[in-house]
Design a protein around this ligand. Structure first.
Ligand code: FES
Length: 82
């Protein structure tokens, strides 16, 4: 997803860093932009940050899914089943 020439790192209008938005997203277990905007209070003025926030939330969700699909760490062999 490509949003703007220069990717933002925070909601400039409300001075909320994207890191904070991602932290709340993980904490609340949601990547819904509207829910996060209401809870945190960003993105309600010019909306220029919406595209970048959506892209970051999407990347975070993909990373979380990928992590869940990683094979479990090596399991010790069961001596009963050589
Ligand atoms: S930059 Fe987020 S509302 Fe303006």
């Amino acid at each position: 997803m490509s949003c703007s020439f220069k990717r933002l790192s925070r909601c400039e209008c409300h001075e909320v860093a994207f890191e904070e938005i991602l932290r709340y997203s993980r904490l609340l277990g949601t990547d819904d932009l509207n829910s996060l905007m209401e809870r945190i209070g960003f993105g309600q003025t010019c909306t220029a940050c919406h595209c970048d926030v959506k892209a970051l939330l999407s990347e975070q969700s993909r990373e979380m899914v990928d992590a869940e699909l990683e094979p479990a760490s090596v399991v010790a062999p069961n001596p009963r089943f050589p």
